[in-house]
Design a protein around this ligand. Sequence first.
Ligand code: DAH
Length: 343
Amino acid sequence: MSDKLSGIKSAFETDIRTVVDLDQWEALRVAYLGRKSALSEVMAVMKDLSAEQKRTFGKKANEVRAFLETALAQKRIELEAKGTHANLIDVTRPGVKRHAGHLHPLTRVEEEIKQIFLAMNFSVVEGPEIETEHYNFDALNIPASHPAREMWDTFWIKPITDNRQPTTKNKMQNRYLLRTHTSPMQIRYMENHRPPFQIIVPGRVFRYEATDASHEINFYQMEGLMVGTNVSLANFKYVIEEFFKKFFNDPDMQFRFRPSYFPFVEPGVEVDIKRKGDSKWLEVMGAGMVHRNVLKATGYNPDEVQGFAFGMGTDRLAMLKYKIPDIRFFYNGDLRFIKQFKK
Ligand code: DAH
């Protein structure tokens, strides 16, 4: 009887080493612990033994059973761990491509513009998108009666009528709007800094307009302002030609400076470029020498300092550089468009 039990144990120890999956494990369990197993047979004849023998062999049989159960349980844990692992890391499986985000094309172009100006010692500053009529218009030499105001179709912000508002008089002078251009930051900056300086102002602007392939109700601009003693239109010409040559990576491009009108500059110009391969002139920015009235509005003496200013559409430059046919692609959220700009 005792030999039989020892035999079961050693046979089991040999068999369990060959088990490599859960099916084999189950077969082994049935073979050694099932109703028809050798152990069950030993247990079955136990009832015919004397009380003395029952105690001895019963104890031994229970020890063997406990040994089998423990070993089986242990083996099962091993097999399950191996199974899960195999599912997790199958080195023969092709990798899953991870999609990381990237910069929006407009952000990228804004960044490209900034880098070129930073290299020319310009600083980057930003202003508020909600502006007052004073900064967006009046201080830029565009009084309410001025017909030039029609150049900028404006989103006015409805005043809240409660006692937190200023008096009626101030309210009229300080009507709020969504800035129609980045030019108001010229005034804000000059109010708080002494020349000489040179800045660029990237930012979002708003126009109350119908949209089409080249117009959006919001878009981005890059403003520039350089003020100092003896700053001239020749300085402007140099800086801006440098900029465009670098931006379009075309050292041989042609330039045209056409007289134009903006209330905050005198003289005012528009800049046209013609790149290698362009068949016609492309208008790319408005600019000019800062108007005396603008310098005066910020407390500067126009007989002592001069400056040039310029403003360009970031969207437009991005469209020209990357041959984008419709400004609305930037804003409609279609990822098929955005994803083409992954670096
Ligand atoms: N603010 C003008 C616009 O939005 C662009 C502009 C023109 C800016 C001439 C300037 C400038 O600084 O000198 O249409």
